[in-house]
Design a protein around this ligand. Structure first.
Ligand code: MG
Length: 153
């Protein structure tokens, strides 16, 4: 068994979609990024790569690459999973930090999306949401972050 950890943060700006775990959320701000900026999927990719000690997402999908411009991060994750070949996910746990938007009613949809992308039963997929208690860039609502741990077999 191998454990992996990943985290990501993106600035929140007007005129961008808010993507989280492959789900588009209805909000006036979204992630500023080269790709679609889905922090949860980026942290997931990094956690999986970390478990295999293969580096990080930037090594496989550089943000200098025109082919990944505005790319759907679901494609990044699916491509990565195909590259790595079969493995079993024992469990997945995550924390989203976002201020000014209530994530609670979207958690189930995000878990379902991750369950489908990772081909893992939803009972093994945990998504938790919290605020940053008004502190720093996350607390001012200027950014969104995700942290992921994953146990693989
Ligand atoms: Mg990112």
């Amino acid at each position: 068994m191998r454990i992996g950890y990943g985290e990501d943060i993106h600035r929140l700006v007007e005129g961008r979609k808010l993507m989280l775990g492959g789900v588009e959320l209805d909000y006036h701000l979204g992630e500023e990024a080269h790709s679609d900026g889905d922090v949860l999927l980026h942290a997931t990719c990094d956690a999986i790569l970390g478990a295999f000690a293969l580096g990080d997402i930037g090594k496989f999908f550089p943000d200098s690459d025109e082919s990944t411009l505005d790319m759907d991060s679901k494609i990044l994750l699916i491509t990565l999973l195909q590259m790595l070949g079969p493995f079993k996910i024992i469990n997945f746990d995550s924390v989203i930090t976002l201020e000014g938007f209530k994530l609670q009613s979207h958690i189930q949809e995000i878990r379902e999306s991750l369950s489908s992308l990772l081909k893992t039963d939803i009972s093994k997929i945990s998504v938790k949401a919290k605020t940053n208690e008004g502190l720093d860039s996350l607390g001012s609502g200027g950014a969104i972050s995700a942290k992921v741990v994953i146990l693989l077999e």
